[in-house]
Design a protein around this ligand. Structure first.
Ligand SMILES: Cc1cc2nc3c(=O)[nH]c(=O)nc-3n(C[C@H](O)[C@H](O)[C@H](O)COP(=O)(O)OP(=O)(O)OC[C@H]3O[C@@H](n4cnc5c(N)ncnc54)[C@H](O)[C@@H]3O)c2cc1C
Length: 392
């Protein structure tokens, strides 16, 4: 099996790299490399629209819906060049990588026409209404309720940790639509406008000073009866398919960003002399090896043609990259020493290592915690017996 990219893929790389470099050194140079998710929101919304106009927003989608029919290898290449150019984190990551692919998979033609062009054009930002105070890892314990009334779904409940809800136009909500149902049965997957009186968003301030996520309260919030993916009561299937997009191949292109982060740690160690400390040198070498292993693993997945095997391998990838990056955050702090206690300092420009440390704590939690990923690998990947589930 050949690991690597074809000449056609490399030509694609040159094309997107040229465009990205031009934008990041030209009109959008002011947002090049901004590290925080909540910085420069209006400019990042403009950037989404620029990506959309140029056809670089959702390259893996079909052309008829604003994509480029890009292969998975090309999507990885684009993500690599995106990070190499220092382009900012996508404010509509959830719309482009999660909502869009799920609408493509489960939506009617009418729903595709309603939502996909707006996402592709960068005009519609989405957020994810899954977690609740008592439904995180145990998502099937969702208590938010939906009932049909006068041709509309009326929704009541509370979501939490809703990333970027305060900047979003739409939210997908997992809600219990069958009275008396429990667990994964009786849930529906609703697509709701954020701009309505029944939705209140309260930002949660985090340890790094940002407020990237929110509590989202739904009080008689409404959406049309047909603003739903899948059948009523069968939203679990849709919710799980979306999670597979969140954990799966959409993350394979992150390694260029990780390269930048590891380089920042190495630069810091060289600058303050820690690179001469044997234990630090060993840890940097271990991080380098880990990064290369991730890259070879990703290339192996990309070079395979058996989608089932790719999905199986992808099961291991979330825990691999999340753990690597958490360890890198800790190494960055070890290298900085006391200087690392100032989170907002510009010690070594981008990415700031204290921020990397604080944010990387969340990598092993969102999109499925490390413990939950181990359960998935055991049960789905290795076919081991399912863990005992308590009574709801
Ligand atoms: C940065 C960030 C952004 C997020 N954005 C969003 C968002 O936009 N929308 C959204 O809906 N949610 C979001 N989340 C929430 C995220 O999905 C949940 O935090 C995650 O699913 C874990 O749920 P929990 O926080 O309720 O923890 P819990 O489920 O309460 O878990 C607590 C601990 O118990 C462990 N545990 C739980 N069950 C098991 C088990 N069966 N076996 C072994 N160990 C177990 C967990 O691994 C964890 O260590 C975000 C979280 C973070 C950190």
């Amino acid at each position: 099996m050949k690991l690597g990219f074809s000449p056609a893929d490399e030509a694609f790389r040159a094309e997107c790299a040229e465009w990205l470099q031009a934008e990041m050194t030209g009109e959008f140079a002011d947002i090049r490399g901004i590290p925080n998710l909540c910085d420069a929101i209006p400019r990042r919304k403009e950037w989404e629209q620029r990506l959309g106009e140029a056809g670089w927003s959702c390259i893996g989608w079909p052309r008829e819906w604003g994509g480029r029919d890009a292969t998975i290898a090309q999507q990885v290449i684009f993500a690599e060049e995106y990070a190499r150019a220092g382009a900012p984190n996508r404010i509509n990551h959830i719309g482009v990588e999660l909502a869009g692919p799920t609408i493509l998979a489960f939506g009617s033609e009418e729903q595709k026409a309603r939502y996909l062009p707006e996402i592709a054009a960068g005009r519609q930002i989405w957020c994810q209404g899954y977690s609740e105070p008592n439904a995180g890892s145990d998502l099937a314990n969702v208590k938010t309720k939906a009932r049909l009334e006068d041709g509309e779904w009326v929704v009541n409940g509370q979501k939490v940790w809703t990333s970027l809800a305060h900047y979003s136009d739409m939210i997908f909500v997992v809600a219990r639509s069958e009275d008396g149902s429990a667990g994964p049965k009786g849930l529906s997957f609703l697509l709701m406008d954020m701009d309505q009186p029944g939705i209140e968003v309260r930002p949660i301030r985090q340890i790094n000073g940002e407020a990237e996520f929110n509590e989202t309260f739904l009080t008689d919030a409404r959406c049309a009866a047909d603003a739903m993916l899948g059948a009523a009561g069968e939203g679990w299937k849709v919710a799980m398919a979306l999670l597979a997009f969140e954990r799966g191949v959409s993350t394979l292109g992150q390694q260029m960003q990780f390269r930048n982060e590891l380089d920042a740690v190495i630069d810091a160690a060289k600058a303050n002399g820690k690179a001469a400390v044997p234990v630090i040198r060993q840890k940097i070498a271990r991080a380098e090896i880990g990064l290369r292993l991730m890259r070879y693993g990703a290339l192996r997945m990309l070079s395979g043609t058996d989608l089932a095997a790719i999905d199986g391998a992808a099961l291991t990838y979330k825990i691999q990259w999340a753990t690597w990056r958490r360890d890198l955050g800790e190494l960055g702090m070890e290298v900085l020493g006391q200087a690392g206690e100032v989170a907002s300092g510009d010690h070594y420009s981008w990415p700031t290592l204290p921020n990397l440390f604080l944010f990387s704590r969340s990598d092993t939690i969102y999109g499925g915690t490390n413990q939950i990923q181990r359960n998935l690998i055991a049960e789905r990947g290795l076919g081991l017996p399912r863990e005992p589930r308590g009574q709801a």
